[in-house]
Design a protein around this ligand. Structure first.
Ligand code: SAH
Length: 563
């Protein structure tokens, strides 16, 4: 919950806008501000105070306890110009909240957390549990002091300004190690604990067994990614409760799946009870990995729980990221986050230029020129398989006539693939033209580099017959000039000469241009490779200079209403 506090009428107006926009996330604290701040601080995860920073500093200072648990505090000035992340930038999420509030109120977010400002990822923002001297090591990174990285788990990390040797250290490991005063330990989710339990096994017994086994094997419970068991035990209270206490999901498999896993210690008891000779070992091993702790029983008598621990190899990460049509504000926040998450960036040089300023210092950039598609795809996959965090970029949406399919054709199941959608050219162009895609539509690429012309022609013909709105990608280049006229002629066989045609060049780029013409009037010579051409269907109209395709084949009557 986000607590909202204001003192003046101007502050209250901004506060109410926030409350109206986020009714389920916010609660207004009325009354004297000091009292309101104290109550909100105790009850909320975050506060937005529509007060001067000085006032908030004085009110909040006596309440501050621990960076890890204090709420994040954002201040918005009376004029609504700035949203200042005051306390709990990372841990309390105040940096992110300042950006969100800023966006909503039209205020400038002010973020002063050093790691955010310097382009060094905060050690507590990597998505991994972190232990040790976070403040000291973060400072060392910022000051350019040598910080050595020991990534025992080979976990894919974003670029960090690290050195081969150093007085400071970052260690990525699932082993129980005591960090020194100059060291941070990151806990990758590499461990899977298989669990079996008799009906009614107490959760304390299950939990003790798991924690004891990890401790004796020298493994950190904070690296446990999941508990795993057999379907029949999905609702077994002791196991469910243990997963909850560890804060990890419970994964279940069918008895048949488990019976197929080869294990060192099969036994008859689970075979009779649930139909597999092993639950704990088989469930832990089913996703692959190395068995670190073979089946163990709890010490209670009779023992009601078993467990086994497996370490899964770290998986590389391949993010396939669409950059949108060009404009920075059409790049999604998720795409931006993936670019900053990557240690290796793979892409066409002109697209890399589009986002180079967003990359973290130290990102390895593998750029290549036009044409080297297969090689780019292979490089990206190879880097991910070597355990890197890779972003493979494409303009628009990376899955539309772009890198996603060649990359995934190369990829095996030993890497994680994350797709980030982007605004594809057809959509960017449509928004400029009006509403040309209001009914069924297709995209057709006129490039016959990868596709034989007769296939393309067949598809154009089918679209013409089906009365689909058509957007042509790759419509015309210097070496390919007859395909567009040919395609338009096919459409003209089924549509009036006056059918609206939208021509958009460099959508959302500085030299954007869009114009509306007709099938009869379009001069193909005005079209190039930076352009998409959208041809209306038989119902598409030019209305006040905008291209509009009705949602039905006739205009809606008032009874149908507007849905
Ligand atoms: N993945 C891209 C498409 C790649 S194919 C996407 O989803 O948009 C390349 C073709 O896309 C170009 O020849 C052109 O037809 C079209 N295109 C890409 N960006 C464009 C833009 N900003 N404006 C107009 N057309 C664009």
């Amino acid at each position: 919950m986000i607590g909202l506090i204001s003192a003046t009428a101007a502050g209250a107006a901004a506060r109410d806008r926030l409350a109206a926009a986020w009714p389920d996330r916010t609660r207004v604290y009325d009354g004297p501000v000091g009292d309101a701040v104290r109550r909100a601080f105790a009850e909320c995860e975050q506060l937005v105070c529509f007060l001067a920073t000085g006032a908030v500093v004085r009110l909040v200072a006596p309440l501050l306890g621990d960076k890890a648990s204090d709420p994040g505090v954002v201040c918005v000035d009376e004029g609504g110009q700035f949203a200042v992340s005051l306390v709990g930038g990372h841990g309390g999420g105040a940096n992110e909240l300042a950006r969100e509030v800023g966006e909503l109120l039209g205020a400038e977010p002010v973020v002063t957390t050093a790691t955010d400002a310097a382009g060094v990822p905060g050690l507590d923002t990597l998505g991994l549990p972190v232990e040790g001297a976070v403040a000291a090591v973060s400072r060392a990174l910022l000051d350019g002091e040598p910080v050595a990285l020991r990534n025992d788990s080979r976990w894919p990390l974003p670029p960090l300004p690290v050195a081969p040797e150093g007085a400071y250290g970052i260690r990525v490991t699932d082993r129980l190690v005591e960090p020194s005063g100059q060291e941070v330990v990151l806990r990758p989710p590499t461990l899977v604990v298989g669990v079996g339990a008799s009906r009614g096994a107490p959760s304390a017994e299950v939990l003790e067994l798991i924690e004891g086994s990890l401790r004796e094997a020298g493994l950190s419970p904070r690296s446990v990614a999941a508990l795993a068991t057999v379907d029949a035990k999905a609702g077994e209270h002791g196991i469910v409760e243990a997963a909850g206490r560890l804060g990890v999901p419970l994964v279940t498999y069918t008895a048949e799946e488990l019976a197929a896993v080869e294990v060192p210690n099969p036994s008859d008891a689970p075979l009779a009870a649930v139909g597999t000779p092993s639950v704990a070992e088989a469930a832990a091993l089913l996703g692959g990995g190395e068995l670190l702790v073979p089946k163990r029983k709890s010490t209670a008598s009779p023992a009601m729980a078993t467990c086994a621990v497996v370490r899964r190899p770290a998986r590389g990460r391949l993010a396939v990221v669409g950059l949108g049509p060009g404009a920075r504000d059409l790049l999604t926040p998720r795409a931006r986050a993936e670019l900053r998450r990557a240690s290796v960036l793979v892409g066409l040089d002109q697209y890399v230029d589009q986002i180079r300023d967003l990359l973290r210092p130290g990102t390895r950039v593998l750029e290549s020129g036009l044409g080297a598609e297969e090689e780019r795809a292979r490089t990206a996959v190879e880097e991910a398989r070597r355990g890197q965090a890779v972003a493979l970029i494409g303009s628009g949406d990376a899955g539309v006539y772009a890198m996603a399919s060649p990359a995934l054709a190369e990829a095996s199941d030993d890497i994680d693939v994350i797709g980030v959608p982007g605004v594809t050219a057809a959509l960017a162009a449509a928004a400029i033209l009006g509403a040309p895609l209001g009914h069924d539509h297709v995209s057709i690429s006129l490039s016959d580099l990868h596709t034989p012309w007769d296939v393309i022609e067949r598809r154009v013909r089918a679209a013409a017959e089906a009365d689909l709105v058509v957007t042509f990608y790759n419509p015309r280049s210097r070496g390919r000039d007859w395909q567009l006229p040919k395609a338009l002629a096919i459409l003209a066989g089924h549509r009036e000469p006056a059918t609206p045609v939208g021509v958009v060049r460099n959508a959302s780029r500085p030299d954007e241009s869009g114009r509306l013409t007709t099938l009869a009037a379009l001069d193909p010579a005005t079209v190039d490779m930076m352009t998409v051409v959208t041809v209306g269907n038989t119902a598409t109209r030019d209305i006040a200079g905008r291209m509009v395709t009705p949602r039905g084949y006739r205009w809606q009557t008032s009874e149908e209403g507007s849905k």
